[in-house]
Design a protein around this ligand. Structure first.
Ligand SMILES: *[C@@H]1O[C@H](CO)[C@@H](O)[C@H](O)[C@H]1NC(C)=O
Ligand SMILES: *[C@@H]1O[C@H](CO)[C@@H](O)[C@H](O)[C@H]1NC(C)=O
Ligand SMILES: *[C@@H]1O[C@H](CO)[C@@H](O)[C@H](O)[C@H]1NC(C)=O
Ligand SMILES: *[C@@H]1O[C@H](CO)[C@@H](O)[C@H](O)[C@H]1NC(C)=O
Ligand SMILES: *[C@@H]1O[C@H](CO)[C@@H](O)[C@H](O)[C@H]1NC(C)=O
Ligand SMILES: *[C@@H]1O[C@H](CO)[C@@H](O)[C@H](O)[C@H]1NC(C)=O
Ligand SMILES: *[C@@H]1O[C@H](CO)[C@@H](O)[C@H](O)[C@H]1NC(C)=O
Ligand SMILES: *[C@@H]1O[C@H](CO)[C@@H](O)[C@H](O)[C@H]1NC(C)=O
Ligand SMILES: [Zn+2]
Length: 386
């Protein structure tokens, strides 16, 4: 009797699960994953074969990286660039950012250590200055750190509705955990940069391990999205000339910031939601009062969690009216080739400004809806200033 009941019940159970959409949810493609609207469901792990099967060729997720002993490609690359990495700059503190007892001449800052005095002009010859603002006036280099967040669909949907592109600084471990979310960034036209493998203080690492933090993040992004980034942002801004030289050897431009929303710190060390709102408003008010009329600004903001993404959405309209141009950092730098692979391109800043007169495909890659606004009277692009 029990067997009989089992046999007759089974089809009914199947029908129920299909009706609930459980079996229908496609978590094997970027398009399928992008359609999930429930944050908890998005954050339920899934298996994606291309990265899942390659996991043993990477350091353990969220663990400080080292070069795997059988990774001859990484070893060769490290050999190749190590001769241009200074050996007279010592690692500093712990990878959790405890710099107590570090013996360093902070006053003279010989290593151009950002954590000391926000130094962005290297003292070591041959290194370009960090990008801490953007040269274009009235422009914000718009970007988010710490993604891909597993529950970012609501935020990415919002950016898509605004036709707004940004620079996404991705953590290698998050890319391996959430590969389809990483793919969405490229599909949506955002610019992808590196934000290290395990998100520790980079100046604490031995040089070869700092190399591994960058190398495996580049490899993870390449594996799941098909592109190799040419930019990175140090977690906590913690960079010095030794780390810059390693990044430079890997073809990575160092991107930092001048304003910090402190969204990532909400609830820690006495930082309140009111403080974060004030930081956003100060940046917005500075923009409105002309601070960025000569050169544009970069503020540190995050894809870290629901709160930081909600803040980004909340302040988007005000940022848009305070700045004339909200564009990915690479666009503000006229960096038309953001990746090693040459078949992807970003529009130039000029193309973005004129996008309303040019191809829709370029407009789609650009930022603000305002670029596409035409004069009601004669159909010409509105003059939105320089
Ligand atoms: C490298 O070694 C790991 C074990 O440490 C192994 O799982 C992996 O398959 C090896 N990779 C290659 C490319 O041989
Ligand atoms: C090492 O550098 C040389 C010249 O800079 C280059 O030709 C070679 O391809 C590099 N090898 C690797 C593994 O990057
Ligand atoms: C930081 O390091 C110092 C010296 O090594 C140690 O005494 C102190 O307990 C550490 N602080 C924290 C918060 O771990
Ligand atoms: C931004 O505005 C605040 C006051 O709201 C001021 O203290 C700060 O110096 C300004 N920053 C710049 C770079 O203008
Ligand atoms: C993403 O955001 C959610 C919602 O705030 C949070 O619970 C989760 O820890 C975050 N996950 C990642 C991988 O960042
Ligand atoms: C934050 O979480 C709420 C509740 O789950 C959700 O409705 C909202 O879309 C989320 N916002 C973002 C930006 O992820
Ligand atoms: C970007 O290109 C435009 C026109 O080609 C030029 O006017 C502008 O100065 C360039 N900006 C930067 C930051 O190179
Ligand atoms: C770029 O080229 C690679 C192969 O080198 C290919 O896999 C990828 O689909 C191409 N992407 C675009 C946007 O053409
Ligand atoms: Zn970060």
């Amino acid at each position: 009797m029990r067997l009989q009941s089992f046999l007759t019940d089974t089809p009914a159970l199947l029908v129920v699960s299909l009706a609930l959409g459980v079996a229908a949810q496609d978590r094997t493609t970027e398009q399928g994953e992008a359609q999930i609207t429930d944050g908890n469901q998005e954050c339920t792990p899934y298996f994606y074969a291309p990265s899942g099967n390659a996991i043993h060729n990477f350091p353990p997720i969220w663990t400080p990286a080292t070069i795997l002993s059988n990774d001859t490609e990484a070893m060769q690359k490290w050999q190749n660039i190590s001769s241009s990495v200074p050996t007279n700059i010592q690692p500093k503190g712990t990878n959790q950012g405890n710099f107590t007892g570090v013996n360093y001449d902070i006053a003279n800052d010989p290593d151009c250590w950002w954590s000391a005095h926000q130094c962005t002009t290297p003292k070591l010859a041959g290194l370009a200055p960090d990008v801490s603002n953007v040269p274009e006036p009235k422009t914000m280099g718009y970007g988010f750190d710490d993604g891909p967040n597993c529950s970012h669909n609501a935020f990415y949907d919002f950016l898509q509705q605004q036709n707004q592109k940004a620079t996404m600084f991705f953590i290698g471990s998050n890319v391996m955990d959430w590969p389809l979310e990483a793919q969405r960034a490229l599909t949506d036209g955002h610019e992808i940069c590196v934000h290290t493998w395990s998100h520790r203080y980079m100046t604490s690492f031995q040089s070869q391990d700092a190399f591994a933090e960058l190398w495996y993040t580049m490899k993870a992004i390449k594996l799941v999205t098909g592109v190799t980034p040419t930019c990175w942002r140090p977690p906590f801004g913690d960079v010095d000339d030794r780390i810059r030289a390693i990044a430079n050897g890997l073809g990575l431009q160092t991107i930092i910031w001048k304003y910090d929303s402190n969204d990532w710190r909400n609830g820690q060390g006495g930082i309140t939601p009111q403080d974060v709102d004030n930081n956003y408003m100060q940046f917005i008010n500075n923009a409105t009062s002309g601070t960025f009329d000569g050169a544009g600004g970069i503020m540190l903001t995050h894809e870290l969690n629901n709160y930081t993404m909600s803040e980004a959405i909340k302040f988007y309209p005000q940022l848009q009216s305070a700045f004339q141009h909200l564009v990915p950092v690479g666009v503000a730098l006229n960096k038309t080739q953001p990746y090693v692979e040459t078949n992807y391109s970003l529009p130039t800043f000029q193309e973005c400004k004129l996008a309303g007169l040019v191809l829709q495909t370029i407009a789609d890659k650009c930022a603000s809806r305002r670029y596409q606004r035409h004069d009601e009277q004669d159909g010409r692009l509105e003059q939105l200033g320089q």
